[in-house]
Design a protein around this ligand. Structure first.
Ligand SMILES: C[S@@+](CC[C@H](N)C(=O)[O-])C[C@H]1O[C@@H](n2cnc3c(N)ncnc32)[C@H](O)[C@@H]1O
Ligand SMILES: Nc1nc2[nH]cc(C(=O)O)c2c(=O)[nH]1
Ligand code: SF4
Ligand SMILES: [Mg+2]
Length: 250
């Protein structure tokens, strides 16, 4: 039987810039393709069919174009070399994209092998709950988005998010909501009530939209008002921007 491969955009070592793992050094594996089209998406390379790029030396940006699809052997060889050469540096592997759960068939084989190297952190848009179910046993931490219409432009994902939360809540989990100048109270109330209906102790992270100019342009008082709304429903609500963008980390 042929060994599963994947279409990858890039593999690199960097500092996690978002959510509760902020500051941890991670190996990032970015899968191609997505089932959504968020208006703010900052990851165009997940949508092209150019060759992927694999960093050769962790954090030194010596990327080498690599034909897709990429094999697991190629990936394991690269990451294993990083862990031997830089022991104790990397906290976990970030499985991201695009939407990584679109590559579920490959991840069924890849995750158990990658997890032998480092814990697995899944960065996901929180919609593909059917894909998540068989993979949850091989994932350690999940960072999922709830996509609100005012920033993402996506609508009617609430039921998918609920089903996703119910499965993801079996592992270490936090939720990110990307907030912007037009974010409405009802969106935060609906998101917070949805999370609380599963477990009010699931942390919620407000991540302000980072503009194309690399700035956070959301009114600071408005962000505090939104946080206060969420705190009526949830035990832990933090405001954390995309920090990697402010320190020129990938
Ligand atoms: C590129 S996405 C990949 C994973 C998955 N597709 C998702 O949307 O969660 C990773 C994270 O970056 C966030 N993100 C993308 N563009 C952003 C922007 N311009 N400002 C703030 N967060 C952004 C997403 O909301 C998500 O939390
Ligand atoms: N440093 C860094 N942190 C990140 N957290 C989530 C990212 C993503 O694009 O999935 C990301 C990214 O692209 N870079
Ligand atoms: S779900 Fe994630 S990768 Fe897909 S468009 Fe939205 S932010 Fe971009
Ligand atoms: Mg990114």
């Amino acid at each position: 039987m042929s060994k599963p491969t994947a279409e990858l955009a890039e593999v690199f070592s960097s500092v996690q810039g978002e959510g509760l793992l902020i500051g941890q050094r991670q190996v990032f594996i970015r899968f191609r393709g997505c089932n959504l089209a968020c208006e703010y998406c900052d990851t165009p390379n997940a949508f092209t069919d150019e060759p992927g790029i694999l960093e050769q030396t962790p954090g030194r940006r010596d990327f080498v174009p690599t034909p897709n699809p990429v094999t697991l052997e190629r990936l394991i060889s690269l990451i294993d070399g990083w862990l031997r050469g830089w022991p104790g540096v990397h906290h976990s592997i970030s499985i991201t994209g695009g939407e990584p759960l679109l590559s579920q068939a490959t991840l069924l084989t890849w995750l158990p092998e990658l997890r032998k190297l480092l814990p697995i952190y899944l960065e996901t848009n929180g919609t593909l709950h059917t894909a998540l179910k068989p993979l949850i046993k091989d994932i350690d931490i999940i960072g999922m988005d709830i996509k609100i219409p005012s920033t993402s432009g996506c609508t009617n994902l609430w039921d998918d998010h609920r089903k996703f939360l119910e499965i993801a809540a079996h592992k270490e989990l936090f939720v990110k909501v990307i907030v912007g100048a037009e974010t409405q109270d009802w969106e935060i109330i609906r998101s917070s009530e949805l999370i609380s209906s599963v477990n009010r102790n699931i942390p919620l992270i407000f991540q302000p939209v980072t503009s194309i100019k690399g700035k956070v342009e959301v009114n600071p008082v408005r962000v505090l008002e939104l946080q206060e709304i969420a705190c009526r429903h949830l035990a832990e609500v933090r405001v954390i921007p995309q920090t990697h963008k402010f320190m020129a980390q990938l």
